[in-house]
Design a protein around this ligand. Structure first.
Ligand code: FDA
Length: 501
């Protein structure tokens, strides 16, 4: 186990001996705050009360990562790993425990993307953003792409570790369904690839959540085909325009449409906004919609045709930003103006029309908070993957995932908005999956449970509730892998996989 108590002075001394000094930012460094803030998205985890790291290490190669892990283990200091910094609970750069002494390994310098055109594969380093990945692929070959999330500043490292849902999952699955190999540093400081790590660990790092098994440095991915032109639309329907009937129908149609069409829905206030991305032309989209989903009344006037990369620059469906240059995908900083809190659910049985009536009434009665829900259809490829093929178990039978989001300005004001979200989430319990009430690990939510640490090791039982909600039957296998590769629980956060010893 780790030396206890931690020896912070010895730890930083060890780092200074093993790493170039310009890669280490201690709290006393004038750049420390800027480096810490560089990829924070949520100001509620960047306040004077936030427990900050002792230091931030910004490695530029694998050996630096290996050295930092060995220093951490020798001197009793844990490392939190940060790729894109988008963790919804900020676990990659802050500790919820006031006295924790920890370092941050920030992978922002490890962000190369190298595309192998003849193989239609690429190696991408964890510190790259999705935007950088999409840009590098499409500039190499505009008919290749990769299925991952909608927001371009999300980091590859965290996103792939937890699954990676997005507008192409109905056709090509999650990001992790397209990972061929990976390089990582384990808790002994060893550098592993797929062959060396073996099947169980390779299974676990593709969806078992970040931080539990080591530091994934890079991923070899299978690129996927996209046509020269894709078509997107955004159609809003208010209650008066039949939002409830159309939404009720969408629940079964959305997951069973041809898999090159994804229609997600943003529900806010009195409106349902249908946002689509289709891997094809406007005329064939209009024909499909007329045949399969005439209730929406979509016509060719709704079509916006563009390249796949241009659609990525619009986060696939934010049509208000049409004309945004593709280079926006290379912008890593997204600002920190709004705090937010997120929760998730999965729906396996369609919500009745009466149920949607109640949901909209709930918005009317409690409408003051700036919250909304986003519904993303599964089905298609997602149905074909067995629940235990990867740690992400929400496959066959899931109609759609719900993401609940609430925003507020600045870093204060949590009470009202959090109460709004809690109330809504509680109300929705009757409509969503049960036993367990499923949740998506990448939409991290500490309200559903946190690790219990006994003798400096997280307990299996302490993680059961949140673990089964994220991973269902895969939680136990994840804990078995953890016991084999990190029995002393070096890589740990509040929702890392506990070792089943
Ligand atoms: P960050 O660096 O904060 O890491 C997240 C977790 O993974 C932490 O526990 C961290 O320690 C660990 N980790 C990071 N890098 C690691 C590495 N290299 N090795 C081991 N562990 C590592 N999701 C989705 O599926 N589809 C979507 O469309 C979106 N959209 C979206 C938009 C916005 C604005 C946000 C804030 C988030 C999303 N997400 C999402 C959720 C996102 O996938 C999730 O937050 C990811 O964990 C973010 O990855 P980062 O690398 O940015 O996070």
């Amino acid at each position: 186990s780790l030396p206890s108590p931690p020896y912070p002075g010895e730890f930083t001394q060890c780092l200074r001996e093993k790493l170039p000094s310009e890669l280490i930012y201690e709290q006393s460094s004038s750049s420390f705050t800027d480096v810490l803030a560089s990829s924070i998205k949520n100001p509620r985890f960047f306040t004077n009360a936030t427990t900050r790291p002792l230091c931030i290490v910004t490695p530029t190669d694998a050996q630096h990562v290996q050295a930092a892990v060995l220093c951490g283990r020798r001197h009793g200091v844990r490392l939190r790993v940060r790729s894109g910094g988008h963790d919804y609970e900020g676990l990659s750069y802050r500790s919820p425990r006031p006295n924790e002494v920890f370092g941050v390994l920030d992978l922002a310098n490890l962000r190369s993307v190298s595309v192998n055109r003849s193989e239609s594969t690429a190696w991408v380093e964890s510190g790259a953003t999705l935007g950088e990945l999409y840009y590098a692929i499409a500039k190499n070959n505009s008919e290749l792409a990769f299925p991952a999330g909608e927001c371009p500043t999300v980091g590859v490292g965290g996103q792939f570790s937890g699954g990676g849902i997005g507008m192409m999952m109905r056709k090509y699955g999650l990001s992790i369904d397209n990972v061929l190999d990976a390089k990582m540093v384990n808790a002994n400081g060893d550098l592993l690839d797929r062959d060396v790590m073996g099947g169980d660990l390779f299974w676990a790092i593709r969806g078992g959540g970040g931080e539990s098994f080591g530091v994934v440095l890079s991923w070899k991915i299978q690129l996927v085909q996209v046509p020269p032109t894709v078509t997107v639309f955004s159609i809003g329907k208010t209650l008066d325009q039949g939002a409830i009937d159309i939404l009720t129908t969408w629940q079964l149609v959305g997951p069973s449409l041809p898999d090159d069409l994804a229609i997600r829905v943003k529900v806010q206030g009195q409106e349902a906004l249908f946002l689509a991305m289709y891997l094809g032309t406007c005329s064939s989209l209009v024909a499909t919609m007329g045949r399969r989903f005439p209730e929406l009344g979509m016509t060719s006037a709704d079509c916006r045709s563009m390249t796949w990369l241009e659609s990525a620059a619009l986060s696939f469906t934010t049509l208000a930003n049409i004309g945004t240059p593709e280079e926006v995908l290379l912008n890593r900083t997204g600002g920190m103006s709004f705090s937010f809190k997120v929760k998730s659910d999965y729906v396996r049985r369609p919500i009745s029309k009466a149920g949607w009536n109640d949901i909209f009434s709930w918005f009317t009665m409690n409408g003051s908070a700036s919250g909304y829900i986003m519904l993303e259809p599964h089905g298609g490829f997602m149905d074909s993957v067995p629940a235990d093929a990867t740690p992400y178990p929400h496959r066959n039978g899931v109609l759609y995932i719900i993401q609940y989001l609430v925003f507020w300005p600045g870093d204060g004001g949590t009470a009202l908005t959090a109460a709004w979200l809690d109330g809504f989430y509680g109300f929705m319990g009757q409509h969503v999956s049960t036993n367990p009430r499923e949740a998506y690990v990448n939409f991290r939510d500490l309200d559903i449970g946190q690790n219990v640490v006994v003798d400096d090791v997280s307990t299996f039982d302490g993680g059961v509730v949140w673990g089964q909600r994220y991973f269902m039957g895969n939680y136990r296998r994840l804990a078995t892998v953890k016991a084999a590769v990190d029995p002393t629980d070096y890589f740990r956060n509040e929702q890392s996989i506990p070792p089943l010893l």
